[in-house]
Design a protein around this ligand. Structure first.
Ligand code: ADE
Length: 236
């Protein structure tokens, strides 16, 4: 396995590169790709920046130029369900691009000419990531909960009650919203690369989202990513 680890922002990945044995940095397409051993796993870490195109480009380069065989995306998300609270962790079983709508040519959310709307994450990688998340959360104060299900991605920071309510209406299974995961899912689906997405909930995708998001990414996000990936890599 050569594992690609993507996060949008530095705050979501802090500490991982420092934990790498003999890191080797290469720049390509305005991003730094750092390869090395992370707790004994051959790994390439990279920051995608925000949004679906940025994430798709990063995932493609990880596979085609850096030869990764598996991809994990780790970061934060807004809650898409009343039962999913700030500090909880969501692992995606499947992902959908919530702003994809080529109707009436194709049904809403369908990625044109692929026959896909919801793309399933890899079962085995997701099982391992879920086990790592449960393991990490056991020792966290405040009893954060673990969830598994649907994550929706789009090129919008959701920060209005009406927006998140409309999304929930269209996608009743929704657990979390973010801006990259479903783009990585499409790239990995098309290239035949197993992938998984894990998100810590930073906000409720409502009018307080921007403030909650900033606070959360600065204080908590990277500690979660570090702890969960350490546990994940330790399983191999
Ligand atoms: N990532 C974290 N919070 C988010 C939100 N409210 N909308 C979109 N992406 C997010």
């Amino acid at each position: 396995m050569r594992l690609g680890i993507i996060s949008a922002l530095a705050e979501e990945q802090n500490g991982l590169i420092e934990a790498m044995e003999s890191p080797n940095k290469a720049s390509h397409g305005m991003r730094d790709y750092t390869a090395g051993k992370l707790w004994n796993v051959d790994t390439v870490c990279v920051l995608s920046r925000i949004g679906k195109v940025a994430a798709a480009m990063t995932a493609s380069i990880l596979v085609e130029k850096f030869g990764v065989t598996h991809i994990v995306f780790t970061g934060v998300a807004g809650s898409g369900d009343l039962g999913v609270r700030v500090g909880d962790v969501v692992v995606a079983d499947s992902l959908v691009q919530h702003d994809m709508d080529a109707s009436p040519l194709f049904s809403r959310f369908e990625i044109p000419l692929t026959g896909q709307s919801h793309i399933a994450s890899d079962r085995e990688l997701t099982r391992r990531l879920a086990a790592a998340a449960r393991d990490f959360l056991q020792n966290e104060p405040g009893s954060p909960q673990f969830h598994r299900g649907l994550i929706a991605s789009g090129d919008q920071f959701i920060n209005k009650r009406s927006q998140i309510a409309a999304l929930k209406d269209a996608l009743p299974e929704l657990l979390a919203v973010e801006m990259e995961g479903a783009a990585v899912a499409q790239v990995c689906f098309e290239l035949g690369i197993p992938f998984s997405v894990i998100r810590t909930i930073s906000d409720n995708a409502n009018e307080d989202a921007a403030v909650d998001f900033m606070h959360f990414v600065q204080t908590v996000a990277s500690r979660y990513a570090y702890g969960i990936l350490k546990s994940f890599c330790g399983q191999t």
